[in-house]
Each structure stands twice: as C-alpha cells, then as structure tokens.
Design a binder for this molecule. Structure first.
Ligand code: BES
Ligand code: ZN
Length: 618
C-alpha cells in the first residue's frame, strides 16, 4: 500500500516529467500531428509492394503513449494516401472507428484525424499509397542496372514518409518498428532495420528495428537486391551487376567505423550496410539507420568520392543518435555530420585529403552565399510555411561545419572532442533544437573554459546571415601548387603538357576546374579538353564541374555529352546546377527542354519538382 503523500509525489513527478518531455522543444511546424498529447512509440507495418499498380498496400499499427488525460483524437500526417478503414484496439478486440481526412496542403499534406474511444492503446489504419507518392520512386526495368526487373525505393527525409505511411511525421519523436513486407518472388524488399541477407522463396519478409528512430529514417526498397559482405560489420546490398565494384570502392567502411568509434564512442546500430541504388536516386546518400542508401554515381573506381560514405556513417552519431527536433535545426544534423565526416576522412585518408575537402567545400559555400537570399544564410533558418526541400542549401552543411571547426580551433581538439563525445552520449536516442543546443554548449564548453569564445560569437554564428569574420578559411598547400601552375599557363609561361597532372587527385582536378577564370576563352577551354579529355571524364564530379563551366561559357562542344549526362543521372546536386545555368540563357531553352523531356520520366519525383520549378520561374 503506497502512503497518500508518496502517491501525490509520484503523481506530481509523473505529470511533471510528462510535461517536460512534451514541451521541451519548439513545436515542429511541419507536422499536423498532436504528438505533444499522444505519442506513437512503436509501429507495425503490413505492406504489399505492388509493382503493377505502383502502390504500397496494407496497414500500419501505432502503439500509443498518452502525455495527458482526456485525449480524444489521434492526428496523423498523410500526403496523397487513400485511407480505407481505421480500427482501434480496446479490451482485447479491434473495432472500427471514425476518421476524417482534411484537405491537402501543398507543404504539409492532409491531416488525418482519428477518433480515439477512451484512450485506446493501439490504432490500425488500412491504406494504400498512390503511384505519385513524393517519397517513393517506382523504376521500370530499363532504369536499373540489370534492365530486367523493376525497382522501388523510399526517400523519406524531410517530410515524405507521410506519402507512404500515415504517421506522426516529426523528428521530435521516435518510434521503434517492425514490418511484414510481401513482394513478388523474384524481387526482395529491404529496410532500415535488421536485415537477413537470405532471399525467401515465398516473397514474405519480416523486419525489426528495435532502436527508436525518427520517422524520416524509416526506409524501404525492393528490387533484384543481392548481398556481398565486406567486413565484420559492413556489407553491400545492390543489383548483382554493381556488387563487386561497390565492395571494392567502399572496402574502407569498416576502418571508418573504427575511427569514428575511437573519437565519438560506440557505434550503436550493430551493422552498417550500404544499399547501392539505381542512378535516379535524387541524393548522394541517405543515412537510413543500419543501411545507408547510396547513389551509384560515387563508384569512381579510385575511392575518390568515398567521403560520401564517411558522411552517411557519421550520421549514425549526428542525426540518427541525436536528431534535429525540427527542420529549422537541420544544421545540427548536417553541420555536425559534415564536421565528423571530415574528421573521419582525416583519420582514414590523411590530413592532406581532409584539408582539400574542407577547402573545396568552403569555396563552394562562398559562391553559394552570393546567390542565396540573406535569410537563408542563417544556420537557425526560419522555414515556417515553407517546404524544407525549398530551403535546402550548403548553409546547414558547410557553415555548420565551419562553426564546429571554429570551436575546435578555439578550444583545442582535445577539449572539443570530449565535449562532442559527451554531447552524443547525453542526447543519445533523443532530439535537440537549436536553443537547447546553445544552452548545452554554454554550460559544457564555453563556461568551462572561460575567455576562449563569447556567447556573442556563438549567437553570431547561429543567428546572423553569411559567414562571421572569425570563420576558419581552409586553404590547402596542394591547391596552392595547382593554382600556380594554372597561373603560369595563363601568362603563357608554361604549356599544358608541362603541368605535372599525372599524379593529380580528383580533388586537384576539381580545384583546377572550379578556379579557372569565369571568362576563360573557348580557345583555352578546348585546349584543356584536347589535352585532358575532361568532357569524357568518367568521374561524375569532374564531369559536372567541367560541363557547368562550359555551359556558362556557351561552349557547344559539350552538348552531346551534356545530354547523355543529364539523362543518365538523377542526383539533384549533379544536375540541378546544370539546368539552372542552361536556363540563364533564353536561346538555350529549347535545347534544355528537349533534354528534360527525355530525362524527366527517369527522375525521382523530388528532382522533377525542383526542375519543373526552374522551368516555371523563367
Ligand atoms: N540526410 C542527407 C540528405 C537529405 C538532407 C535529404 C535533407 C533530405 C533533406 C544526406 O546525409 C546528405 O547530406 N547527403 C549529401 C551527401 C554529401 C553532403 C556528402 C548528398 O546527398 O549530396
Ligand atoms: Zn547528411
């Protein structure tokens, strides 16, 4: 028997802790869900992957935890879903309940309001996604490496999970999940969960993700997906045609895990596998837990682009373990990850390479800052009312990274490393917003080593536009040499064949191309091309930089290669700048439209949306 007083204390403390968890952070503007009242803590998916109709069909079950009494509705996020029936579970039986699907908002989708009879603990929604789901891409066989079987994959970040599951779609909350997925027998599904590499004869697969994750990390793919182990914790999943090349390219993934563990503590997700997607994947990579989704465009044959893997792996700490509470706080995910990525690259590939990558990113950011609206150059960006995809830029990545480099410089690596490691531990499996981060930073770093960094400096980094004067300005000695060769060529003091390019890395080439004068003559461009065959470069980053420069200089020589490139690649970062540059010149519009007509059907809905908007603007 509990004494009355103890009971009151217990009740008060329960209520208090509940109100703390519910109201700790700024409300996430991008969700309709009432996650502050009632939280979905575990999800059970039962889905059929139907390639004929391009739909996921089945049900989702939510296990609920209440933060207050008297909650009468469960509000979920959806976009373009057909909702057939909703059931609630009470006293051992499932029974139908009423629901309302509100009108569609272009950014947030449609709010699904479900009536909860007396605090039911479980809710099951029967639904299907539609072929145009923004978070899924359904590929025909011709768009795959093998050309014989179809493929589908999800891309849920930032707010696209709601286009394939009715959920509380906010990074402020976490769910564990399990899934029963059925697909055609000659295909296999795979998820951001524990995966069994074995194929099942009957097309039925079961997945479990025991660790709680934010909904944008729930991921699914299905296709002719095979498996190749690389090391104790790492493996490749991909179409069989790419398995060997991918395993050779990404063989250092285990070394990356080991290096990160040494710096920031244990890898908490057991295995780390890579799923290599078809080339229409709109991103370089996506950090789906246990199974990063990766573009095949980084398989260069010389490991030159593997910083992408370091990046997605780094998210296993910054992002997946400690998550931005709202999409305003994206820099806490991407800035920290870009910083950790570079530290991993330094550990595994050495300081020279890490600094070259910093310098390239810094140059890229400076160029981007010139064109961005001032308000979008602030780390703690205001995106209320906007689609997070439209506010996407290098700011959360590189400005965020530079901020952490600034702190590292001022406090010294040793103290900064232990701060960061502690930060990951203290917030493991939780979310954090910019305000709470600032408080944590003050208490655990700034105030402990007084006189090194002022809060005014911190605020300038976080709340002011552009880059503070105190920003690190990474430069590379290797690049300085490249620059001096380039200068000698422009002053006619050397010829191209005398420049020692034989041992140049991809990074040196990228620096070289990016730093050619903006008004370079066609004659010089063509000389470079005949000496170094840049138009035909098989490195997708080099080809991108070269094609972009030639578009800006109106050099028609590249047109054939340009068309092939834009039709074969769907990664937004590599194609959007090319479309933008092409559309700057009215006379190229028909040419560009012609390429886009051919390319568009192969692009992901997100890439289509971005490029459609570019055409509509002009
Ligand atoms: N999580 C991002 C991709 C993302 C961010 C999707 C925001 C949707 C909204 C991923 O980790 C990423 O940053 N990818 C980059 C990698 C690069 C910076 C190394 C990419 O795709 O280019
Ligand atoms: Zn990232």
């Amino acid at each position: 028997m509990i004494k009355p007083f103890a009971r009151i204390i217990a009740i008060i403390s329960v209520c208090f802790s509940l109100s703390i968890t519910a109201n700790q952070f700024e409300k996430d503007w991008h969700t309709y869900s009432n996650y502050q009242d009632v939280v979905s803590t575990h999800i059970v998916l039962n889905l059929d992957v139907d390639f004929n109709t391009k739909q996921l069909k089945g049900s989702i079950e939510h296990h609920l935890k209440y933060n207050r009494k008297g909650v009468q509705n469960l509000v979920l996020d959806t976009r373009d879903l057909d909702i057939h029936r909703v059931e609630t579970f009470r006293c051992g039986v499932w029974s139908d309940t009423t629901f309302k699907l509100s009108e569609r908002d272009d950014v947030k989708g449609s709010k699904l309001t479900i009536v909860l009879p007396r605090m039911s603990k479980r809710v099951k929604v029967h639904y299907n996604s539609r072929p145009e789901a923004s978070g899924l891409q359904w590929l025909s066989p011709i768009q795959t490496a093998g050309k014989k079987l179809p493929f589908m994959f999800s891309q849920s970040q930032a707010i696209h999970a709601r286009s394939w599951m009715p959920i509380q779609d906010t990074p402020a909350m976490r769910v564990s999940y399990e899934a029963n997925i059925h697909t055609a027998k000659n295909l296999r599904p795979i998820m951001s969960a524990k995966n069994d590499p074995k194929w099942n004869e009957n097309g039925d697969y079961h997945f479990e993700m025991p660790q709680p994750i934010p909904t944008y990390l729930i991921a699914i793919a299905a296709g002719n997906i095979h498996y190749k182990k690389m090391s104790k914790q790492t493996a490749i999943y991909s179409e069989p045609e790419l398995l060997d090349a991918a395993a050779a390219e990404f063989i250092d993934t285990q070394a990356m895990i080991d290096a990160t563990e040494k710096m920031y503590g244990k890898y908490r997700w057991t295995d780390y596998d890579l799923l290599i997607l078809p080339p229409s994947f709109p991103f370089g990579g996506m950090e789906n837990p246990r199974l990063s989704f990766i573009t095949p465009t980084v398989i260069a044959g010389d490991k030159s682009l593997v910083s992408l893997i370091a990046h997605e792996l780094a998210h296993s700490w910054s992002g997946n373990l400690v998550t931005n509470a709202t999409w305003r706080d994206l820099w806490l995910n991407e800035g920290f990850t870009s910083y950790v990525e570079n530290r991993i690259m330094e550990e595994v590939f050495g300081k020279d390479r890490a600094i070259m990558e910093q310098a390239l990113a810094y140059q890229g950011l400076k160029e981007e800052l010139v064109d961005l609206p001032k308000a979008d150059t602030i780390l703690h960006i205001v995106i209320e009312g906007r689609d997070p995809d439209d506010a996407f830029s290098g700011v959360p990545y590189t400005k965020g990274q530079l901020f952490l480099m600034f702190l590292e410089e001022r406090f010294g690596r040793k103290d900064f490393d232990s701060f960061l490691r502690q930060y990951f531990d203290d917030h493991a499996f939780g979310s954090i917003d910019t305000k709470s981060f600032t408080r944590y930073l003050k208490k655990n770093l700034i105030d402990r080593h007084t006189g090194k960094v002022s809060m005014a400096e911190v605020k300038e980094w976080i709340n002011e536009p552009m880059l503070p004067a105190s920003s690190p300005k990474p430069t590379s000695d290797v690049f300085t040499k490249v620059k001096s060769h380039m200068d000698s060529w422009f002053t006619n003091d050397t010829t191209l064949s005398n420049i020692p390019t034989k041992d140049w890395t991809v990074h040196e080439w990228l620096f070289f191309i990016n730093n050619l004068p903006k008004d370079i003559s066609l004659d010089r461009l063509n000389k470079l091309d005949s000496q170094f065959s840049l138009t035909q470069s098989t490195n997708n980053e080099i080809a991108h930089a070269w094609l972009l420069l030639n578009i800006k200089r109106n050099n028609p020589v590249i047109n054939k290669r340009l068309a092939d490139y834009m039709i074969s690649i769907g990664r937004r970062k590599l194609i959007v700048p090319l479309y933008k540059a092409l559309l700057e010149t009215e006379s190229k519009r028909a040419f560009t439209q012609n390429i886009y007509n051919k390319a568009r059907p192969g692009y992901h809905p997100l890439a289509q949306g971005t490029i459609d908007a570019l055409f509509a603007k002009k």
